[in-house]
Write a protein that binds this ligand. Structure first.
Ligand code: IPE
Ligand code: IPE
Ligand code: MG
Ligand code: MG
Ligand code: MG
Length: 294
């Protein structure tokens, strides 16, 4: 079966799992649940949970054991988007084809909805780890926890904020991209492998693949912020220029940025060649990341 079909069937599994979250009967939790669901159910490519499920399968594990970690990574990613869009950060009005969370629910509830998603993600991973009682489940929880934190996504966002209105050097830009975006793309690959009890060689191959698709993903995001379609992306374009961010295109121009993204995709594909024919989906996903329009 083709790549698109496999991608969609994995995505459907994720959508069904997500749809069941935050259906509360407690009236006091209702508005918060609604605000969290608003952003979580809004769509999105679901690349991170798909990567996690794929890594588990690739390393011979049972996909079902990876479900809770898969939803958790999407919750963390969604929280990072809600906060990223806040007026204090990128100040954007559209996300996933709808007005941003704070535009609908106000800043206070948007902040708390993000906090809620983050904590629910940890709760899910810990519950699943207790239930499975395996070292792999705990390691996966640790991997995702670290990637979301100060040496991961949050750390990258901090330097990203610092870099507004100043031209940052290439090394700093790479630090930003590797952390604000790369961390949450590498973590599901490593965590998925850990849930399957993979060996070091497999984990390291997936880590390298994640590092390179992470950089390519954010370079492409920066390119789409200039020449993408708001309708297809479902989010504001021109945000980086408005906020005076240093990006790959601002340092190198669009053409060179595309070449650099392609180099990372080649390296990513090379890293997973240890899996042979089984790496087919990851190979095609890497090219999807490079050529995506949304
Ligand atoms: C957007 O991520 C934020 C970045 C890290 C560039 P995605 O492009 O994966 O957004 P969704 O999940 O599909 O909405
Ligand atoms: C996203 O970077 C990083 C996050 C951790 C959310 P951007 O700020 O470029 O993402 P978009 O373009 O708003 O999706
Ligand atoms: Mg941002
Ligand atoms: Mg942004
Ligand atoms: Mg962007």
């Amino acid at each position: 079966l083709g790549f698109k079909h496999t991608l969609n069937s994995k995505k459907n599994v994720v959508e069904q799992l997500l749809a069941r979250c935050f259906q509360t009967n407690n009236p006091f939790e209702e508005q918060l649940s609604q605000a969290m669901k608003y952003s979580l159910d809004a769509g999105g490519k679901r690349i991170r949970p798909v990567l996690l499920l794929e890594a588990t399968e690739l390393c011979g594990g049972d996909e079902k054991n990876a479900y809770e970690h898969a939803i958790a990574i999407e919750m963390i990613h969604t929280y990072s988007l809600i906060h990223d869009d806040l007026p204090a950060m990128d100040d954007d009005d559209f996300r996933r084809g709808k007005p941003t969370n704070h535009k609908v629910y106000g800043e206070a509830l948007a902040i708390l909805a993000g906090d809620g998603l983050l904590n629910s993600a940890f709760e899910k991973m810990i519950n699943s780890s207790l239930l499975q009682g395996t070292q792999g489940a705990l390691l996966a929880t640790q991997t995702i926890t670290k990637a979301a934190g100060i040496s991961g996504m949050i750390g990258g966002q901090v330097i990203d904020m610092d870099s507004e209105d100043v031209q940052v050097p290439f090394e700093t830009l790479n630090y930003i991209h590797e952390h604000k975006t790369g961390a949450l793309l590498t973590a599901p690959l490593v965590a998925g492998a850990q849930l399957a009890g993979a060996n070091d060689e497999e984990v390291n191959a997936l880590k390298t693949y994640g590092y390179h698709i992470g950089l390519a993903f954010q370079i492409t995001d920066d390119i789409l912020d200039i020449e993408g379609s708001e309708e297809k992306l479902g989010k504001d374009i021109g945000s980086d220029q408005e906020n005076n961010k240093t990006t790959y295109p601002s340092l190198f121009g669009l053409d060179k940025s595309k070449d650099l993204a392609k180099e990372h995709i080649d390296k990513a594909v090379n890293a997973v060649s240890v899996f042979g024919e089984k790496a087919r989906f990851l190979n095609e996903l890497a090219f999807f990341i490079l050529t995506r329009d949304h």
